[in-house]
Design a protein around this ligand. Structure first.
Ligand SMILES: C[S@@+](CC[C@H](N)C(=O)[O-])C[C@H]1O[C@@H](n2cnc3c(N)ncnc32)[C@H](O)[C@@H]1O
Length: 251
């Protein structure tokens, strides 16, 4: 497993600006979650590894709340608390291995790019099983090392792909882990997310280093990558940036 990232150190300062969702992408993810959520309303939801709350308010809008945003790093949680959010949202200190909620209290658990940060994954699987109600759903947005897509910015940062191959688990590792606690795969959806409208905007956001992969690259490679990326942008033309994102649904 790759070294843990301390989101209290640097990531919390740049995360919101560097990872902001385009309105159309937020709506696209909303559709994707609703398509796989249990049918009844309201739904009690857990945004596990909620970070700065990028998806927490959306879950309340979609499903009527209550929504718990559980996040281990104080500085990330402070950003979430400071952002506008509906009353149905509560942010709590905690982590996947020790979820601060009662048994059978959630209909839907979302882990959006947080699963790969969890160190003790068997403990997390047991905790998710414990808080999920019967018929509940677990949605995991992650990369999987055995089906890594092309990532648009990797071509300027030659070590990034190898870093991410170490960072993300294989799909079967995740499905086997959850099978141990009685959660089976329901579907694996591929959602196309537009990240930015232009390549220049992508470079500006990447410069904030709000993607934890940068924590594992050396400075010379990073600076060289940005020099080459920005030289290409100067030559134009530059379209939107997007990626195909895996969403694993278990229940
Ligand atoms: C890439 S961010 C994603 C945040 C948010 N889900 C989003 O999409 O904006 C990963 C988050 O996982 C959190 N995290 C790290 N270890 C965790 C753990 N053991 N349990 C739950 N979340 C964890 C990090 O603190 C960080 O906020």
């Amino acid at each position: 497993m790759i070294d843990a990232v301390d989101y209290n150190q640097r990531q919390h300062e740049s995360y919101q600006a560097g990872r902001e969702l385009l309105a159309a992408s937020r709506a696209r993810w909303g559709q994707a979650f609703a398509a796989r959520a249990p049918a009844q309303r309201p739904l009690a939801c857990l945004d596990l590894g909620s970070g700065t709350g990028r998806f927490t308010a959306l879950l309340a809008e979609l499903f009527g709340g209550p929504v718990y945003g559980v996040e281990p790093f104080d500085r990330m949680r402070e950003q979430a608390e400071a952002s506008p959010h509906p009353e149905a949202v509560r942010y709590l200190a905690g982590r996947a291995e020790a979820i601060p909620l009662p048994d059978a209290s959630c209909d839907l658990v979302l882990m959006f790019l947080s699963f790969h940060h969890v160190r003790d994954r068997p403990a997390a699987a047991r905790e998710i099983r414990r808080v999920l109600r019967p018929g509940g759903r677990l949605l995991i947005r992650s990369h999987f090392s055995d089906r890594m897509p092309e990532v648009h910015w990797h071509r300027w940062f030659p070590s990034a792909r190898a870093v991410e191959l170490k960072m993300f688990p294989a799909l079967a590792d995740v499905t086997d882990l959850f099978a141990e606690v009685g959660l089976e795969p329901v579907a694996l959806d591929v959602i196309r997310e537009t990240f930015t409208d232009t390549l220049a905007e992508s470079a500006r956001r990447l410069r904030t280093r709000a993607i934890s992969t940068f924590e594992h690259l050396d400075e010379a490679e990073i600076e060289d990558g940005f020099r080459r990326m920005e030289a290409e942008i100067a030559e134009g033309p530059e379209g939107p940036t997007y990626g195909d994102c895996d969403l694993l649904i278990l229940g």
